[in-house]
Design a protein around this ligand. Structure first.
Ligand SMILES: C[S@@+](CC[C@H](N)C(=O)[O-])C[C@H]1O[C@@H](n2cnc3c(N)ncnc32)[C@H](O)[C@@H]1O
Length: 508
């Protein structure tokens, strides 16, 4: 990978929808070096074969000589995501993709055609799926240049904050939204079951959707219970109707095979419910933004009484307005947080502007970009302001202040992560990794070599790394990057040679 033709093709994603399969061929080349029989070899082989075998009839992906093409189909939208999105927009015009609805979660995304087409409507989608019978779907999504992560609705909270998404979508995502904990434990076996017989936790997975959905946000569900008349499907629909009513969602529209609900704007409906109605409200001391290794909770996340999160400006204005949830961020700041926010914005505008001019970022075809320590999201905002044809995964390390809700309020996407652990993505999926002050912070917690090896894993061949950090650590980092076979050069920051920070620019 890495030649300009291929990168240009990938950058076309969202409109062009064509990628070369040579990235995969190259992986095979690399895998051969690893030796046959490796797990990676098996995965890669099935990657090439699986789409034709399993999803051929649903128009997910086709193969044309050495190219994979993504015609935009899905299990529930074989005629294409474009038509499907138009249908959703016509059903509920207030969804208004690209203005009112900016940040979307696609649960069980397949090859992420839904998110790919939403790009052209100025909405950004976090597409998620596990590695299951559908094989490396997230790897395909990222090869297309569409934001995606490996993630699953199971027993733990997803790594996104409360009120993150303006719309959450599931089309045939194979999740039993009304599942209760009893049913789940039963599936694990009777020994576990005995100790939990008193569980009464209906709809725990939909309650997780509810936590992540913005006040007034929409849930779009395309699935058989919406339109099929068999008894089992009708029963499933009735259960969904009951649960959504209990959690105060309004069924805004049901048409064909799509149903769309809206979450309330405040707690009023929850408070006037009969006290016996389940599921209960979460305890007031539950922090809905605490997600790292947090178990799912079968309760309704309360909305903030001050209305924070429910009234974000429309896109694109929301990118530059200091979000209200800034007030909740715990940090030792001597100056007002709004001032800090503005200073961060100005800083990144200058830095990214200088990268674009001095290092010709517009010519590098940087599509899948990660900010490994995202702060308020100023780097990603500056990438948009500089009109780079990229998207940024804003990673907020669990070791620092939780700024993730602000990132979503600005209309950006991101995830909580502990850099002492691996990141939930496939190998060779990012074009650029940006790390500002990451190593000087994390060196107190874990070995910096492991962080650099993880960066090497997720960076595509030829991919770039920009590290801005204390000059006392940059030499040590450079020695490790050289040992990993990266090309690397140190540069002064705009503050000159005597400044406390240096920039290390590397290429894998
Ligand atoms: C039938 S495919 C539908 C794909 C896509 N939504 C479409 O309409 O083409 C089911 C999808 O749900 C995902 N999935 C199944 N169980 C899941 C879970 N517990 N959490 C997240 N995704 C899940 C699968 O990996 C797959 O992406």
């Amino acid at each position: 990978m890495g030649n300009e033709t291929e990168e240009a093709e990938r950058a076309k994603q969202g409109t062009g929808r064509v990628i070369s399969s040579s990235g995969i061929a190259l992986r095979r080349g690399r895998i051969e070096l690893l030796g046959s029989g490796s797990k990676e070899l098996q995965d890669s082989d099935s990657l090439a074969e699986e789409p034709r075998r399993d999803k051929g009839g649903q128009n997910w992906i086709t193969r044309d000589k050495d190219k994979f093409k993504f015609p935009g189909g899905g299990t529930q939208f074989i005629h294409g995501a474009k038509q499907y999105l138009n249908q959703i927009s016509e059903m509920v015009p207030n969804i208004a993709f690209g203005s009112h609805t900016r940040v979307v979660l696609d649960v069980g995304c397949g090859v992420a055609s839904f998110g790919a087409y939403l790009f052209s409507k100025n909405a950004i989608t976090m597409s998620i799926a596990p590695k299951d019978v559908h094989e490396n779907q997230i790897q395909f999504a990222l090869e297309r240049g569409v934001p995606a992560m490996a993630a699953v609705f199971a027993t733990r909270r997803l790594l996104y904050p409360s009120q993150a998404f303006d719309l959450i979508h599931c089309s045939r995502c194979r999740i039993n939204w009304t599942r209760d904990e009893w049913e789940f434990l039963n599936s694990l076996g009777s020994a576990t079951l005995i100790s939990f017989l008193k569980c009464d936790e209906d709809g725990i997975l939909l309650l997780e959707v509810n936590r992540m959905l913005r006040a007034g946000g929409y849930f779009a569900w395309a699935a058989q219970p919406v339109y099929k008349h068999e008894e089992a499907q009708q029963e499933a629909w009735k259960e969904m109707e009951d649960l959504t009513t209990h959690i105060c969602w309004e069924l805004v529209k049901k048409e064909g095979y799509i149903a769309i609900w809206r979450k309330p704007l405040n707690n009023t409906c929850y408070i006037i419910r009969d006290a016996a109605v389940k599921p209960p409200l979460c305890n007031p001391d539950d922090d809905p933004d605490s997600v790292w290794y947090a178990n799912l909770k079968a309760c309704i996340t309360r909305l903030p009484e001050n209305g924070f999160g429910s009234n974000v400006p429309t896109w694109p204005a929301r990118l530059h307005v200091p979000p209200q949830r800034l007030e909740n961020v715990l940090m030792d700041a001597n100056i007002a947080k709004n001032e800090l926010f503005k200073a961060e914005t100005a800083f990144w505008d200058e830095v990214v502007g200088s990268y674009v001019n001095a290092f010709h970022w517009k010519k590098m075809n940087l599509r899948n970009v990660m900010d490994m320590r995202a702060g308020f999201g100023g780097f990603a905002a500056a990438m948009i302001d500089n009109q780079l044809d990229s998207w940024v995964m804003n990673v907020v390390p669990t070791s620092g202040p939780n700024t993730l809700p602000l990132i979503y309020d600005r209309g950006l996407i991101g995830v909580a992560h502990d850099w002492c652990e691996p990141f939930d993505t496939y190998p060779r999926t990012y074009d650029l990794l940006h790390a500002f002050g990451l190593f000087s912070t994390e060196q107190k917690r874990c070995n910096i070599t492991s962080i650099l090896l993880e960066m090497d894993r997720i960076l595509r061949p030829g991919g770039r790394v920009y590290i801005r950090d204390s000059k006392y650590i940059v030499d040590e980092i450079q020695t490790i990057t050289v040992a990993m076979g990266w090309r690397s050069d140190q540069h002064d920051t705009s503050e000159g040679p005597y400044a406390s920070r240096r920039i290390l620019i590397c290429q894998k």
